[in-house]
Ligand binder design. Structure first.
Ligand code: FES
Ligand code: FES
Length: 166
């Protein structure tokens, strides 16, 4: 079947098997390998993308049912070469080690900060509770998202980047 899916603001039309999962459509058909595939049992959350701004585990979604949604992957977080505050926060606060969970974590963080720009640590932990990180112990991820919330509140500098927020 032929499907057209909007990903990071661009329309992509492909012939696919009706059973193709969105995670494989993104990775294999579009080459957007920033979306990771970890468990295929809907447990790990490394495959999270945004569907109309809401986090979704792309291993649980058929590519065909993604038509009509705006899909955002980690490749779509930056704008014109300027990192999203969430990306910068993970850099500043060392929110990753191996990086396998990171794209999903950052997308969930983006959705959280869009609906709640000043989350508590508890709200951050609840937001990422469906995602597993085997490396960091989560504390640095929470700090990274808190950094992003502060940077977002302060707004970008003239060059579009976000200043370090203590
Ligand atoms: Fe989707 Fe693990 S690969 S939840
Ligand atoms: Fe390795 Fe999270 S940084 S799984």
């Amino acid at each position: 079947m032929q499907i057209t899916v909007s990903v990071n603001g661009e329309q992509h039309t492909r012939e696919v098997e009706p059973r193709l999962l969105l995670v494989h459509f993104l990775r294999d058909a579009l080459g957007l390998t920033g979306t990771h595939w970890g468990c295929d049992t809907s447990n790990c959350g490394t495959c999270v993308v945004l569907m109309d701004g809401e986090p979704a585990k792309s291993c649980t979604v058929l590519a065909a049912t993604a038509t009509g949604y705006e899909i955002t992957t980690v490749e779509g977080l930056q704008r014109d070469g300027v990192l999203d505050p969430v990306q910068q926060g993970f850099h500043e606060e060392h929110g990753l080690q191996c990086g396998f969970c990171t794209s999903g974590m950052m997308l969930t963080a983006r959705a959280l900060l869009d609906r709640n720009p000043d989350p508590t640590d508890r709200e951050i932990r609840e937001a990422i509770s469906g995602q597993i990180c085997r490396c960091t112990g989560y504390a640095m991820i929470v700090r990274s998202i808190r950094w992003a919330a502060r940077a977002q509140a302060e707004g970008p500098t003239e060059d579009g980047s976000h200043p370090a927020a203590d």
